[in-house]
Design a protein. Structure first.
Length: 626
């Protein structure tokens, strides 16, 4: 019978169920994540006859006991048809007959079984409570779900924040309320934080929740008093005064401390910013130097989730240069695939420098992500680099930046004392030529840059595929050697995609495949290559001459267009080859009997392939040569 099959399955599973963390009874050998009080198990209107939390019997376990033994004292938790409601509002035990009865009777006993229903109730009641105060709820779906998971019978109540604490940064207030007390923040009509909060209680109190609200206000007041102390105390010192303290925080045992990382990020930020906004390079250098300093403040020590945010506030107090404090706030961005990117050139430069420094450093010490493990979140850093470059259209030669990052590691750790790292903040600019001081460093830097670039290329392929870009076009453009300007790469892919959608592109792809196959077959048969330029004195037909002239003209024009980043123009020049190529294949016999003419025509076919491959590797496009 089904109930006896379920008895064996459920009994054995529950007694052996693994938990990462679990509790233990004094008398029984069952491990469970929380103390169990009851087992409700019904099938087809009847109890399922099994028990759990068995005693050890001479070193053996047993869970397939007969029904006669169900209520033996050896079995503290025996399946039954009873349950209880809310522990305070309806603690009495009652029997249920099926799931619908279970759900309905629990609701009568002040327990909402459905988490989605609890979320809806919290959202609706919170909106009503906020509206009654002339305020709006600060959107926070995650906090709604978290509260829905903590209560059985949600009751939303309104509390007040002591006006003395409203001078604190809004992020401090919301962090204290959200992360420590699970309170909802409210906004006024201007979108500013209001001196009110909402708390979700798990009980309908007889006094309307006054004591619950008073207790939450008291706890919140104490937490905010701590935060205000940290806020006032931290501002007595500048961020630059805290640089030396970063030496006590290890970035990684093999990669030095955060003081050293800050100096590396500072120097790399300067160089990156020179490519995007040269006039802001010194600003980026200073922002990079100070971006980690808030890690040694009291506020971030207590609330780690405020790192970067508090640094921006402290920098704004000290220095009115908007670029620096905005960059400090933004340099951790993007935190995830759906998070926003930095909005300023300086912020983007510092965020890039920070992530590039991390990637290069960990690759240099062999700590690369594997298929199943990425303990240092290098994939996230890689995706962040790609998004910053592409979304802000940063024109960078990435291989050069990666090589430079490795050189900064070597230059800094080999020749600089800790005091020099601190003093870098006072210098106007560190000459970049000083980084390239050793041929061995340069060679190793290029090797690491190649590895990191390959890693980023794989990440970019995934990113583009998720955006709907054809995988074969990605491979075709990425096969070009020496192209590490990601903005150019993306523009080339988009232009190639549009070109192949047209009739000219389709015909040229077919011609490319035909020419490549003929040359490949004949090269294999003859045991030689036909990749040299054709000789005009061996042309015998006008179609050969016309194709040769057209190929040369298309190569020159498309190269000029590529130099000007006019990829659509380059594709347009290629489209002019359709007619000459079609006429050549229609009128000219490639494998003729005359050996010199045949070799020259094979070289002409190779020239078709070479001209198109200047734009992308057409052999990787679906329908091309495999």
């Amino acid at each position: 019978k089904t109930e006896y099959v379920l008895k064996d399955v459920l009994g054995s599973t529950l007694n052996r169920f693994p938990w990462p963390k679990s509790m233990k009874w004094a008398e029984y050998d069952l491990l469970w994540v929380r103390p169990l009080h009851n087992v409700l198990a019904i099938f087809d209107g009847k109890e399922i006859p099994f028990s759990i939390a068995l005693k050890s019997r001479n070193g053996r376990r047993s869970w397939g006991e007969s029904k006669d033994n169900l209520y033996d004292s050896e079995f503290p938790l025996t399946a039954n048809n009873k349950t209880t409601g809310h522990r305070f509002l309806a603690p009495d035990e009652f029997a249920v007959k099926d799931f619908a009865d279970y759900r309905d009777r629990l609701r009568d006993a002040y327990v909402m079984l459905d988490a989605a229903e609890r979320r809806r109730v919290i959202e609706q009641d919170a909106a009503l409570k906020a509206g009654a105060e002339g305020l709006t709820l600060r959107p926070d779906p995650g906090l709604v779900a978290e509260n829905a998971g903590m209560v059985e019978w949600p009751v939303v109540l309104t509390g007040r924040i002591d006006p003395a604490f409203m001078e604190l940064p809004a992020e401090v207030l919301t962090t204290v309320m959200r992360h420590h007390l699970k309170h909802f923040a409210l906004l006024d009509k201007d979108g500013n934080l209001a001196p009110r909060f909402l708390v979700v209680a798990n009980i309908q109190a007889g006094d309307g929740g006054k004591q619950i609200v008073a207790g939450n206000e008291r706890v919140l007041r104490a937490r905010l008093a701590d935060a205000k102390f940290f806020w006032d105390h931290d501002r007595k010192r500048t961020l630059e005064d805290r640089l030396a303290a970063l030496e006590g925080l290890i970035f990684h045992q093999k990669l030095g401390n955060l003081l050293q990382k800050s100096a590396r990020v500072s120097r790399l930020s300067n160089e990156i910013c020179r490519h995007a906004a040269r006039q802001l390079a010194l600003e980026a250098e200073r922002a990079g130097l100070l971006c980690k300093c808030d890690l040694v403040t009291h506020m971030v020590g207590e609330f780690p989730e405020l790192q970067g945010i508090m640094g921006a506030y402290y920098a704004a107090d000290e220095d009115k240069q908007r670029g620096i404090h905005t960059a400090i706030r933004e340099h951790y961005l993007p935190l995830g695939p759906k998070d926003k990117c930095p909005s300023t050139a300086v912020g983007s430069a510092v965020a890039l420098a920070d992530k590039v420094d991390t990637l290069v450093g960990f690759f240099a010490i062999g700590e690369k992500p594997t298929g199943s493990k990425d303990p240092f979140a290098l994939r996230r850093a890689g995706l962040g680099i790609l998004r910053i470059i592409l979304e802000n259209e940063f024109r960078l030669f990435l291989a050069e930046i990666l090589t430079l990052s490795f050189s900064i590691y070597s230059w800094g750790t080999d020749t600089q004392s800790n005091e020099d790292w601190v003093d870098v903040g006072a210098r106007a600019h560190v000459p970049m030529a000083g980084y390239y001081h050793d041929r061995t460093v340069i060679k190793r830097g290029r090797e690491i840059a190649g590895e990191v670039l390959a890693f980023l290329t794989d990440r970019l392929k995934v990113h583009l595929r998720e955006r709907g870009v054809r995988h074969d076009l990605i491979s075709a453009v990425f096969a070009l050697s020496g192209e590490d300007d990601l903005v150019r790469l993306l523009a080339r892919i988009e232009a190639l995609s549009e070109f192949l959608k047209g009739e000219d592109g389709e015909h040229l792809l077919t011609a490319y495949r035909r020419a490549s196959n003929i040359v490949r077959i004949e090269e294999k048969k003859d045991g030689r290559r036909y990749n040299g330029p054709p000789k005009s004195e061996y042309f015998r037909q006008n179609e050969e001459k016309h194709l040769h002239r057209s190929l040369r003209a298309a190569a020159r024009a498309s190269s000029k267009a590529l130099d000007n980043d006019d990829f659509s123009g380059a594709m347009s020049e290629l489209s002019k080859l359709r007619g000459p190529v079609d006429r050549f294949f229609s009128e000219v016999t490639v494998n003729c009997e005359k050996r010199r003419l045949r070799a020259n025509r094979l070289r002409l076919l190779s020239e078709i392939r070479a001209t198109l491959d200047h734009i992308a590797d057409f052999s990787r496009i679906e329908g091309g040569e495999r």
